[in-house]
Design a protein around this ligand. Structure first.
Ligand SMILES: Cc1ncc(COP(=O)(O)O)c(C=O)c1O
Length: 413
């Protein structure tokens, strides 16, 4: 009789050298991966669920009308470039358009060898890992931080160390203690604005302190500005890259401000670092898609980007405020939460609740969120969860938080 397990496995043919299962053949770095992100992306088009799960932009702000015209023109007049392979550093005119944009948004224009086009934000994380990290090198991250970056750096066998975050962002004093204590850090990964997952922003004084500290210890700062342009009011604080371009690689993405289907972003940093990232790109996907590059170039040059940001900021601000109102209405006594001034996320602390276990109960009432545990690189923490308000309408936000409060009350230990 065959066991149930054996019955699920492919049976090798006579004389075959194939193993009965591939799982023991996986690389160590793959064997440890738990697929949280895959689970989040699987919900990208889910219906019937109030989905506070992924950091998805809302399709209502996708600039479809303008892009229909741009794309038609590109296919008609520009197919030789737009439908062709592109240079690994990115199409020169696209780089110039992004550089002009950075001159406006950050007050600093990268030189021609200080900027490259990437295939989105996570691509930049992978390129930094590929070009900067040997096994065992230390990467410091905020606790909590974007789980895609944790997985990305860990994939290069980096040793991940966490630094706590408070209402002013990363606690730079705690980082100074680690560095002054002799910890050799290769890369510091930080999300200064409307952080994923906490929604917090690094204060101006800490920005200055952080770049000074990293200059002193020769630590490369990988600054992730995924949500920088999506503040609810006013303009953002100076980027770390604008304060210290000699120690910072800025990693940007157009996923949240343009559309993620295009898989497009940039890396701006010291020329020798950018040169290494370009070589790393040759050895991965070789180049970002040319069609997307020409689309964002035309979009920027046509001055559509600012109008797009105005629409997006207004939408996410209304939803961020609806989330705050719903939390204040339904959750008092059950937990505490952050108050983001931009971006997509609220971060909830539910003392005495295991938010990983609770997610099944939440799905039972058709609510999805991301349990907090995956956002911690070093610390074990099961009492937080991330709520993304970016793709949920205001009435649904209230309904979803009310359901969540019911589940949280029942889950309390
Ligand atoms: C902070 C942060 N960085 C990077 C990314 C990934 O960006 P992309 O989808 O362009 O790879 C995300 C997406 O959620 C993010 O939240």
């Amino acid at each position: 009789m065959t066991s149930g397990l054996a019955a699920q496995q492919p049976v090798p043919g006579p004389g075959s050298l194939l193993p009965r299962s591939w799982s023991h053949r996986l690389a160590r770095r793959s064997a440890g991966q738990d697929g949280v992100l895959t689970g989040i992306l699987a919900l990208a088009n889910a219906t019937g669920v109030i989905n506070f799960s992924g950091g998805f932009p809302d399709p209502s702000v996708f600039p479809t009308g303008v892009l229909a015209e741009i794309t038609e023109r590109l296919l008609r007049d520009d197919a030789g470039v737009a439908m062709q392979y592109a240079p690994s550093q990115g199409i020169q005119t696209t780089r110039e358009a992004i550089s002009d944009r950075l001159a406006e948004s950050d007050g600093r224009r990268p030189g021609p060898d200080e900027l490259m086009v990437t295939s989105g934000g996570i691509d930049a994380v992978t390129l930094i890992g590929r070009s900067m990290l040997d096994a065992g090198d230390v990467v410091v991250v905020e606790e909590p931080t974007y789980l895609g970056a944790i997985a990305g750096f860990a994939g290069f066998d980096a040793r991940m160390r966490g630094v706590p975050v408070d209402d002013d962002g990363m606690c730079v004093d705690a980082l100074a203690e680690l560095l002054d204590g002799g910890l050799a850090v290769k890369v510091l990964y930080v999300i200064p604005e409307y952080q994923n997952p906490s929604g917090r922003t690094l204060s101006l004084s800490r920005r200055h302190a952080l770049v000074e500290l990293c200059r002193r210890h020769s630590v490369l700062i990988a600054e992730d500005v995924a949500y920088r342009e999506l503040g609810f009011t006013g303009s953002p604080l100076p980027s770390l890259w604008s304060l210290a371009p000699e120690v910072v690689v800025q990693m940007g993405t157009f996923s949240k401000t343009f559309f993620p289907g295009v898989r497009l972003g940039w890396a701006a940093g010291p020329p020798e670092v950018v040169a290494a990232l370009v070589v790393a790109k040759q050895n991965s996907d070789q180049c970002a898609g040319a069609l997307g590059q020409r689309m964002i170039e035309a979009f920027l040059r046509g001055r559509h980007f600012d109008a797009q940001l105005v629409r997006a900021r207004a939408l996410y601000r209304a939803r961020g405020e609806a989330m705050q109102a719903a939390l204040a209405k339904h959750l008092p006594g059950l937990g505490t939460w952050t108050t983001p001034e931009g971006g997509f996320f609220s971060w909830l602390h539910l003392p005495g609740v295991d938010t990983t276990a609770m997610s099944a109960a939440a799905r039972g009432v058709d609510v999805a969120y991301v349990p907090g545990a995956g956002f911690f690189a070093e610390r074990i923490d099961n009492e937080h969860l991330r709520l993304s308000f970016s793709r949920v309408g205001e009435a649904e936000i209230d309904d979803g938080v009310a359901r969540l409060a019911g589940v949280a009350a029942a889950a309390r230990r």
